[in-house]
Design a protein around this ligand. Sequence first.
Ligand code: 8YV
Length: 304
Amino acid sequence: MIDVLQTMNLRPEVQPDLEARYRVHGPDAPDSVKANIRGLVTNGHAGASRELIDSLPKLEIIVSSSVGYDHIDVEYARSKGIPVTNTAGSLDDDVADLAIALMIMTARKLVPSDKYVRDNRWAKEGDYPLQRRASGKRVGILGLGRIGKAIARRAEAMDNTIAYHSRREVADSPYTYYPTLVELAKNSDFLVVVLPSSPESHKIVSQEVIAALGPSGIIVNVARGTVVDEDVLIAALQAGALGGAGLDVFYDEPRVPEVFFGMENVVLMPHVGSATVETRRAMSQLTLDNLDAHFAGKKLLTPV
Ligand code: 8YV
């Protein structure tokens, strides 16, 4: 049997299949076991550092149950001839659903509205103040990949106009392309961030971008916290220089700056973009399928 190291369990529907086909070890396996490991099963949180890769001298393949691979040292793995796979395509709809939910929840202040009822203030204090629409607006998408396109389709169905910024213009896209992010922000009511984390995208949503979005603008981030300058975001929200933010991800998650907790114009999610039983099961299955493909000498399904 082939030895694999696993940093996290796959879903219970899939984990038994992994264990039936491979000899599975946990991350604390002794060096004598690590010496024989040929496959690494990980996810977007645990990833695979250079150190971990170096501790597995016979490693042939890294499979990650995540679309993002920012916690995996892909360049280093490549330099050692170790391919990496992700779960591209299996979570687009869930993440897009959440992005739209965050747009609506933030613009309509649905979380404080819910609290208003629960606190029994409606009967005592009267109707809740009017809020802003999430349809018929200008939605700017930062990163028009598969998830970005799924968000665009949903936002279009709500009569929003769609524009985007990415490193290159996307061929055949019906949406308006802005070559700079600041221009996109200037021309958007919502800026939806769905760009992978990389050294180039680090804090790309900067002071200038947030200022361009302006006091009625809303940022939705379903990508990675590192893509947004969080200190600038907080300062802008506090100063009323930005309308609101719907955040599924944070710079140093799961640590979330406490200053957010008292803000009514933010919606805070514990990184749940892909967190449904259906999607996590599909992600687990695709992860195992990639591992199987490698050891069967077949083409990888979703190499990065
Ligand atoms: C999860 C994600 O955090 O796929 C990603 O890149 O951010 C999420 O789906 C995760 O890695 C699930 O294991």
